[in-house]
Design a protein around this ligand. Structure first.
Ligand SMILES: [Fe+2]
Length: 182
């Protein structure tokens, strides 16, 4: 189930708000410019589905988002818990950073933890199947796929060559809960 927790940035043990309600999550995130939506597949997706089959199952929403935001590239990534590069991949975006384009992900299966840090607050979103999250360019955040990563996600890019994380050097992400490590 999707979950949003909001914290003061100096109190990682005491969430100010915890909600699993999709509409409430969307409302709270909208205040900081982050888009959150829940999509429904128009057909069941079988294990091992091709990229084309995955995109076809969400065609209307994918096309709407591309038209609204001018994406030039859409792809599907899949990471399984036995991926030999999982530790390296997990570490890559585990510290606070931002990008110079929106970070937009739709979870077809599995889950991951996006955390935004805006105006003294920390917004931690556990994204699960059917969740779309769009983090605006310049918004500081981190992403944790957990020690046993398991997800399939559609990624949307405006400039595939420009996909670079700019790290802030802050250790704030290390002070908040990591994914899958209670
Ligand atoms: Fe990022």
């Amino acid at each position: 189930m999707s979950r949003l927790r909001i914290f003061a940035n100096d109190a990682p043990d005491e969430p100010l708000l915890v909600t699993h309600d999709g509409e409430e999550i969307a409302r709270e995130l909208e205040r900081i410019g982050v888009t959150f939506e829940r999509w429904q597949a128009n057909a069941p997706i079988q294990a091992g589905a091709s990229q084309e089959e995955v995109l076809a199952a969400y065609r209307e929403d994918v096309d709407r988002l591309v038209a609204e935001r001018g994406f030039t590239t859409v792809d599907v990534i899949s990471i399984a818990p036995d991926n030999p590069q999982r530790e390296e991949m997990r570490r890559k975006f585990l510290d606070e950073h931002y990008h110079q384009e929106d970070e937009v992900r739709f979870f077809v299966a599995g889950s991951g933890l996006f955390t935004m840090h805006v105006d003294g607050r920390v917004y931690e979103v556990e994204c699960v199947k059917d969740d779309l999250i769009a983090v605006p360019d310049g918004t500081t955040h981190w992403f944790d796929m957990g020690p046993q990563p398991d997800f399939v996600a559609i990624r949307f890019f405006q400039q595939p060559d420009g996909w670079i994380g700019h790290f802030t050097g802050s250790d704030i992400a290390q002070r908040f809960p990591r994914y899958g490590e209670a």
